[in-house]
Design a binder for this molecule. Structure first.
Ligand code: NAD
Ligand code: UD1
Length: 363
């Protein structure tokens, strides 16, 4: 099986995708600057992989920044020397806080767009032309309609983070158009990934107070945060709270594996794919399901609407489910149960089952 290069490999989505790829026979080289992730995450990924049926695969880790073109080039060259050149890239590395992107746009353009450009340069220089990019439903902007979003819905980013994602998609389209028989590019536009791997060993662990609802709920339920404020109960939805399309993190990870398999077996192409379940859940439904399935209780209050929110953000996922050998398998209860298991394990110390690190060194 091919070797793949994963940027942002120790982050929330990158780490679960590393696991999905290892389980499906890929060798993985991951890079992460660790700016927003825990250095033990990939150790845990391999620990889970070791207990699987066919734990033969290798996970290489390089600590570094994707803006470091020299380092990226060395990684591609080293893989060629190993006689296992990098055949595809999954590009997760970047910053993702909407609020921070408004306060510090230069940092966001530098890391998200600048980092992507250095990666694409290295890919081109090393003749690697297959990439799956982490885009986001945020590019569709404020959706006032109750209909689900299609890939050809209008694109209206409303903050620097969203602008970054649209720009990277555009750069990738320019690269594709420059040599259309060569490149294989998939922009996966994620909706709301939540939950954790069912082992409870890997999950989402944001620094500081979480911006997103699910890690916030987990921290309120664990007593780390006092109460949850639900942003508005006067939206034009059945219970007045906003509707989102939550997707289990392992279904999202598997979508990457399927997108990669698809690109590697097809001719050159450029595709945009919505990755969601197509099912809408209100904030209140999410809170009630979490409380019900986990048997825990916590305080929540209704507050003002959050600026920039949309009442309805649901994926039309027909294109992804028709094109890829993929469909989401897990439901909201699975997401709440697995996410809470991970949160409950956070206080336990992680001990490696082997004497030395699980991770291979590339250099
Ligand atoms: P994350 O913060 O957990 O992971 C991103 C990883 O990238 C982190 O481990 C971080 O340390 C690393 N990183 C940041 N800058 C880097 C750099 N310059 N060089 C190397 N590594 C760097 O975030 P995530 O939730 O796993 O998101 C992954 C990707 O998916 C991001 O591009 C994000 O914008 C996108 N996305 C996420 C969501 C979501 O809800 N989580 C939704 C849509 C899109
Ligand atoms: C947010 C970002 C989006 C980004 C996505 C993933 C905004 C306006 N949108 O999307 O650009 O791509 O995160 O990083 O910031 N909620 C509460 N209380 C909370 C937190 C959230 O009620 O403390 C509500 C929100 O109003 C929303 C829902 O929960 O209705 C989901 O919020 P969130 O997890 O932040 O995701 P998005 O709003 O979809």
């Amino acid at each position: 099986m091919p070797t793949v290069f994963i940027t942002g490999g120790s982050g929330f989505i990158g780490s679960h995708t590393c696991l999905s790829l290892l389980e499906n026979g890929y060798d993985v080289i991951a890079i992460d600057s660790q700016i927003n992730s825990n250095k033990f995450t990939l150790e845990k990924v391999f620990e889970v992989h070791k207990s699987s049926k066919n734990p033969t695969k290798k996970l290489f880790f390089v600590e570094g920044d994707i803006r470091d073109e020299k380092l990226l080039d060395e990684i591609f060259k080293k893989a060629i020397l190993r006689k296992k050149p990098i055949e595809a890239v999954l590009h997760f590395a970047g910053l993702k806080s909407v609020g921070e992107s408004i306060k510090n746009p230069i940092k966001y353009w530098d890391i998200n767009v600048g980092g992507s450009i250095s990666l694409f340069k290295c890919m081109q220089n090393n003749n690697c032309n297959t990439i799956v990019f982490s885009s986001s439903a945020t590019i569709y902007g404020v959706n006032q309609k109750s209909t689900s979003l299609k890939e050809n819905s209008s694109i209206h980013p409303i903050n620097p983070y969203g602008e970054n994602k649209v720009t990277i998609e555009k750069i990738l389209k320019n690269i594709f158009d420059s040599s259309i028989k060569k490149w294989k590019i998939a922009n996966l536009r994620y909706f709301n990934p939540i939950g954790a791997h069912s082992s409870g060993l890997i999950g989402e662990e944001p620094e500081g107070i979480p911006n997103n609802i699910f890690p916030f709920i987990c921290q309120v339920a664990s007593g780390k945060i006092d109460k949850l404020e639900i942003f508005g109960n006067d939206w034009p939805t059945e219970d007045g709270t906003c509707i989102r399309d939550y997707i289990h993190i392992m279904d999202l990870a598997d979508a990457h594996k399927s997108a990669l398999n698809y690109l590697l077996t097809k001719d050159s192409q450029f595709i945009n794919l919505n990755i969601g379940t197509g099912i809408g859940t209100s904030v209140l439904e999410l809170v009630e399901t979490f409380i019900d399935i986990n048997g825990c209780d916590f305080n929540y209050i209704f507050g003002e609407r959050r600026s920039g929110d949309s009442p309805n953000v649901i994926a039309n996922n027909d294109l992804a489910t028709n094109l890829l050998d993929w469909k989401p398998k897990k439901n909201l209860k699975d997401m709440c149960r697995d996410g809470w298991l991970y949160q409950s394990n956070l206080n336990k110390e992680f001990v490696l089952n082997s004497a030395s690190s699980n991770l291979q060194k590339l250099f």
